[in-house]
Design a protein around this ligand. Structure first.
Ligand code: AMP
Length: 193
């Protein structure tokens, strides 16, 4: 599986968030999965990617040319996909990933989480989305989600779109029990066999 991780580009964030980022990187690599992410070398993004490599895993970074030009790209990535636009970058991140894990982050992270959630709500995909609420960082956002459900801006059944957990261990417990669906062409091949 490839796991997409959304997280902060800031290096100045509290240490527990960095520890969570390293734990996500370690968990991905130890399972032989790949990391898909924004391709940055900074902040929690860099921490996840470096930990994947430290544990012998593989890193796929998807980064727009403009960010690479600012020398914030993780040039040690096993695969660095350079895109023209942010939109193209997010499309490739979506396509290459089997599940999405959101760690604490700023506006970029929030935007990524909300977009992938909206796409699932509208049935553009049905891949699992996790929100890791490390030390309650996301409590205000979850209160906003409650408000959205309480006032019928989204149907209660859409609570299932995002799985909220308190720890990285809970993400991996859920992912260990998850089998991604076969791609359509693979299903056809096995039906014919
Ligand atoms: P933020 O939460 O605002 O720090 O934004 C982080 C998210 O936006 C990441 O998940 C990335 O996909 C993207 N992003 C923001 N800054 C960068 C950067 N310097 N290099 C690569 N991606 C970035």
């Amino acid at each position: 599986m490839n796991i997409c991780v959304y997280c902060a580009s800031s290096d100045l964030v509290p240490e527990p968030y960095k520890a969570a980022a390293r734990a996500v990187g370690a968990g991905i690599a130890q399972r032989g999965w790949g990391l898909v992410y924004g391709g940055g070398s900074v902040g929690l993004m860099g921490a996840v990617a470096r930990q994947v490599h430290a544990e012998g895993g593989s890193v796929i970074g998807i980064i727009p040319q403009a960010l690479l030009d600012r020398e914030v790209g993780y040039i040690d990535a096993d695969e660095l996909v350079v895109t023209l636009t942010m939109r193209e970058r997010k499309r490739i991140m979506d396509e290459r990933s089997d599940a999405f894990v959101t760690l604490p982050g700023g506006f970029g992270t929030l935007e990524e989480l909300l977009e992938i959630t909206t796409l699932r709500q509208l049935a553009y995909h049905d891949k699992p989305i996790f929100l890791v609420n490390v030390d309650g960082f996301y409590d205000p956002l979850l209160a906003m989600f409650d408000q959205i459900f309480a006032q019928s801006f989204a149907h209660e059944r859409h609570r299932r779109l995002v799985t909220v957990v308190r720890s990285v261990d809970e993400v991996f417990a859920a992912l260990d029990a998850y089998t991604p669906p076969l791609p359509p062409d693979a299903a056809t091949a096995s039906d014919l066999a």
